[in-house]
Design a protein around this ligand. Structure first.
Ligand code: GDP
Ligand code: MG
Length: 168
């Protein structure tokens, strides 16, 4: 079984709420390895590459357009996490899409509580602090979209040594 890589973004609401550190801590505490990290303020063209047409198929064109605006409202902190089953584990730590449904202990459950219905009734974006690749297919597109190979680093953590038996 190979380790996986996944893309995580602290969205603009997470950055302006000063939650970058608390959010990153959740992933570090679980032993996921940050192999790339940067702050980026994306333009509309880039946002459209991140929120692809499939988002419109899933949620409608309006949600996609609002997301493209939301992700460009301010800088985001982008990172690539690596670990065993990293895509699913990261999603577990992030919690459900709609913060009112997200379990306590998850980032979305602990730091937000807006519902889908409230957001849609007020024509607001669902400000849920984080993006994390949804599955292997998305991660394969999103990691290289945000990070060049030379922006990702290979190193050993204590988790690698203690938990995964990598003593080299
Ligand atoms: P995620 O993978 O959990 O982030 O969820 P999706 O990939 O399904 O949707 C992407 C993002 O779209 C979510 O994180 C929300 O910010 C936003 N979103 C999803 N559904 C809705 C909706 O019904 N209304 C609005 N305004 N935003 C939504
Ligand atoms: Mg998604």
């Amino acid at each position: 079984m190979e380790k996986e890589r996944t893309l995580v973004l602290v969205k603009p609401d997470g950055v302006v709420r000063n939650l970058i550190g608390k959010i990153i801590t959740r992933f570090e505490d679980a032993g996921l390895k940050i192999i790339g990290m940067k702050m980026v303020w994306v333009n509309e063209n880039f946002a459209k590459k991140h929120y692809r047409e499939d988002i419109a198929t899933k949620h409608g064109e309006k949600v996609r357009n609002d997301l493209i605006k939301y992700i460009g409202e301010g800088p985001v902190v982008a990172m690539v996490l690596e670990g065993v089953d990293a895509i699913k584990v990261t999603r577990k730590i992030v919690g459900s899409t709609y913060p009112n449904d997200a379990q306590p202990g998850t980032i979305r459950g602990d730091f937000a509580h807006i519902s889908k219905d409230y957001a849609n009734s007020k024509e607001l974006s669902v400000k849920n602090l984080i993006h994390a690749s949804g599955n292997e297919e998305d991660a394969k597109i999103e990691v290289p979209l945000w990070f060049n190979k030379d922006e990702m680093h290979s190193y050993k953590t204590v988790h690698d040594m203690v938990c995964f038996g990598e003593f080299k």
